[in-house]
Unconditional design. Structure first.
Length: 181
């Protein structure tokens, strides 16, 4: 997947009146927090952000271009107005490329197990996985291919095909799905 790029500009005005003026000009007030917890106030174009926001997941790294300074960042939080169908504010979390981060991710499944096609029942646990890796190695999503499961089989965290750069912090024996008779 191609990296998403979002242009931003620094801002100095704060408060409700300033935020309202920014929104009226077609922009969104934003804040970027670095890995030390320091913040920088920004504005981003509302249309550009919405385009990026609709494509991004919680683990998608975005290239945030702040007046020529580039940050690798995650969308940490957004304030969304359901009435106007617009984002009102966004928080970014800029990360250090070499510093390892920890994330808890949902595990998605794909396929229809052989055992289900033979009359078995698929039991899902809704398991999540805790990972530690550098931001560039963080997967966008984790998918377990369960096509080959027969009746009595189970798919565990240790059966996931993950990169060597990703350290799994969850119990490898945790069952993700199983097929019962």
């Amino acid at each position: 997947m191609e990296q998403l790029v979002l242009k931003a500009a620094k801002r100095t005005e704060t408060g409700k009146a300033a935020a309202k003026k920014i929104r009226e000009s077609g922009k969104i007030p934003a804040v970027v927090y670095n890995h030390k917890g320091e913040s920088t106030m920004l504005t981003v174009d509302e249309a550009e952000f919405t385009k990026v926001w609709k494509q991004a997941t919680a683990t998608t790294l975005i290239c945030l271009d702040v007046e020529g300074t580039k940050y690798q960042a995650f969308i940490k939080d957004t304030e969304y107005d359901i009435i106007s169908n617009k984002n009102l504010h966004v928080d970014f979390h800029a990360v250090d490329d070499d510093q390892k981060i920890r994330r808890v991710m949902k595990i998605q499944t794909t396929g229809t197990p052989i055992g289900v096609r033979e009359g078995g029942f698929l039991l899902t646990t809704g398991a999540t996985i805790k990972l530690e890796c550098t931001p560039k190695n963080l997967p966008v999503r984790i998918v377990a291919d369960i096509d080959s499961l027969k009746i009595g089989d189970s798919f565990k965290i240790k059966d996931l095909n993950l990169s060597k750069e990703i350290k799994v912090l969850s119990d490898p024996e945790t069952i993700i799905v199983s097929v019962r008779a």
